[in-house]
Design a protein around this ligand. Sequence first.
Ligand SMILES: [Zn+2]
Length: 362
Amino acid sequence: MFRSIIITILTSIVLSQATYGQRSGHEQIIKGVYGSPQSIWDAGYELRDLGINAIFVRSTSLDSSIIIRARHEDQRIFVEFPTLNGKNYVNKHPEAWAINEQGQKVQAASWFMGVCPTDPAFRRYRFDQLDNLLSKYAVDGIWMDYVHWHAQFEERRPILPETCFCEHCRSAFSRDKGIELPPGDLTTQASWILSIKDSLWRQWRCEVIVDWVQEIRAIMDQYNPEMLLGMYHCPWTDDEFNGARQRILGLDYNLLSATIDVFSPMVYHGRMERNPTWVADHVQWICDRLRTTAGNSPKVWPIVQASDQPHIVSAKEFRQVLKAGLSKCASGVMMFTGRSVVQAEQKIRVLREVYLSSGSDE
Ligand SMILES: [Zn+2]
């Protein structure tokens, strides 16, 4: 009985402690893994023996045992929070389905199903989920995932529909921008918006995404303002696909960088069928774009590809992109996924070699 009380007290102490510090200036090069660290432990490794100092765990797989063991191995713990992806949600709540300019419910964009970002019930649902998560676990940061309007950028040929023209979105646009929409049905108003108010409409869509980011920051601040807010996002320059990162996805770096602490561009060279050298090029581009220099905010911690989908990523390629992910202003890196690394002995060697030789911050 006494022993179990002691264990309960010790467990609650570990779960309530976060290392923090990074937001207020302490700089540590982040050598991360994305995905549950369990696969690495199951393969017989300790995280720190591989040079890993941070884990990025999906909120759905986070539990007390992962936190306790990770803290024991001196890890910083960041949690991936899926924000606007919600196939199950729209199946149960069809009123939150994103609507295109024809008035139709959008099709899933390969595996992504974006929920309407202005749907009031969905917003409450997601913010409550974050609140519940933070009330249970003290972590070092939240990494928002799927923070964009309905689209698919993780493919060689992206899917870039025009959304969302549901009643909530049209009336919020009208109210927020002080614009009276012409009389008529959804398709009439959508056509008017896209032809007459196109640039204002796209600016408003970016502001809706920023509002989500600010709401999430406000919830985090109630628990600890030192927690880092990161974001996984589309790795396109301002011009690619006719400016679709801002025009369709709704990601305006000028607006986002006021609230986002760490940008994690998803530079999946294999999945997007690009040359591995593109990773270093993009890191250079985003450092310039955000005007980040080493050690300053917003920080850049790219996520590179280790997984063999849809084609094999060789150990040599993995070394190249992992090192590129730590180049220029980047002060951290992680890979998709830790499991993909432990499944290939050569990739484990690459990880250990690159991580143990990067930065003498420990
Ligand atoms: Zn909508």
